[in-house]
Design a binder for this molecule. Structure first.
Ligand code: GLP
Length: 245
């Protein structure tokens, strides 16, 4: 595992975008796994700048998003589809047919989820997976539990997640209670994983994750310790509780 501690959010975002850009330049048809939430916004902003000013080319890039709320239409500003177009896709030259985001409106969810994993496989798997982390240690929407589902699936959101994500909605009762998420197995199959954590709100979970040399499904992100190519970028606030670094 590689750890980087950057001064602040802006430095963290630049570092993450740099890693993405290097991979894209080496492999122009890179298959990327993308995340939503507040954390990756700065990375996407920097990638857009690199596209505009440095000609970073996304024309052959294939993307798969981690998750989507169940029941939100794509024109709902809280849907992850809306977020992705607003914060990245509308501003770069990615081909619309190369973009994959779980559809939170499908009726046959089980077969849809199977197809999503198959589609990832069809492209040879994800080369570089970007992740944020929930305050409860979730990745994608894989919530703390006794057992964690391996493949892409429909999941209930935990109370902690609904509370944390209510900051993006008018009120907590507007946050959907279910979502489609790539499973831990779908994430772990990625060749390279890049996890970002920013701000004081993430200090406790990052300390829990990195101070304990243990894995548990109660902290889903801890399962990443079993992956052979994980890079974690934190800013100083998120890293403030970590010992021995
Ligand atoms: C959301 C997303 C995750 C994201 C996490 C952290 O629930 N499903 O993919 O990593 O919450 O979000 P933020 O970056 O806004 O703290």
């Amino acid at each position: 595992m590689q750890l980087f501690i950057e001064k602040d959010y802006s430095a963290l975002s630049n570092k993450a975008a740099q890693i993405f850009a290097n991979e894209i330049r080496q492999k122009p048809d890179l298959v990327i796994g993308l995340a939503t939430g507040g954390t990756p916004k700065g990375t996407y902003k920097e990638l857009i700048r690199m596209h505009r000013e440095e000609g970073l080319d996304f024309s052959k890039i294939v993307s798969f998003n981690l998750d989507e709320y169940l029941g939100l239409t794509p024109d709902n500003p809280q849907s992850y589809k809306y977020y992705m177009f607003e914060n990245l896709f509308n501003h770069i030259n990615i081909q619309r047919e190369n973009v994959h985001i779980p559809d939170g409106l499908v009726s046959d969810i089980n077969s849809y989820c199977k197809k999503y994993d198959k589609e990832i496989e069809k492209y040879g798997g994800i080369d570089l997976q970007l992740l944020g982390i929930g305050v409860n240690g979730h990745i994608g929407f894989n919530e703390p539990a006794d057992e964690i589902i391996v493949d892409t699936h429909l999941t209930d959101l935990s109370k902690d997640t609904i509370k944390a994500n209510s900051r993006y909605f008018d009120s907590a009762d507007q946050v959907p209670t279910k979502a489609i998420t790539m499973g831990i197995g779908s994430i772990m199959k990625a060749k390279k994983i890049l996890l970002l954590a920013s701000g004081q709100a993430k200090a406790e979970i990052m300390a829990k994750l990195l101070n304990n040399n243990t894995i548990t499904t109660k902290t889903p992100a801890s399962l990443l310790m079993l992956h052979q190519d994980v890079t974690i970028i934190m800013d100083e606030e998120a890293a403030s509780g970590i010992k021995n670094i």
